[in-house]
Ligand binder design. Sequence first.
Ligand SMILES: [Zn+2]
Length: 106
Amino acid sequence: MKCLKCLKEDGKSQSLSLPLELEHINKYTICDKCDDTGEYASKYYHKHRVHYKELHEEYKDKLTDSYVANCFADKTIFKAKDVPKDIIKAKRQYMRMKKTLKENIE
Ligand SMILES: [Zn+2]
């Protein structure tokens, strides 16, 4: 496939089943060297870090279902949407307890 940015051929092929009008897309890719989405995301994050920090503080304060479910699912095979409500409740209690303990120790 040909990289759309550096125009180098990588010798690999891809066979997505695309409609006839879009079949030419199968010839193109963005190679690993040219793929800067991670770098872009990192720069964007650093540029807006104050906003993200405030947002995170808010999440930690409110402990919404989705935030707690994401914390539970993080680094596991579970997806946040598959975490049962009772587990979310228990995890929230645990997180609150840990926060209280931390605040009282410091
Ligand atoms: Zn490239």
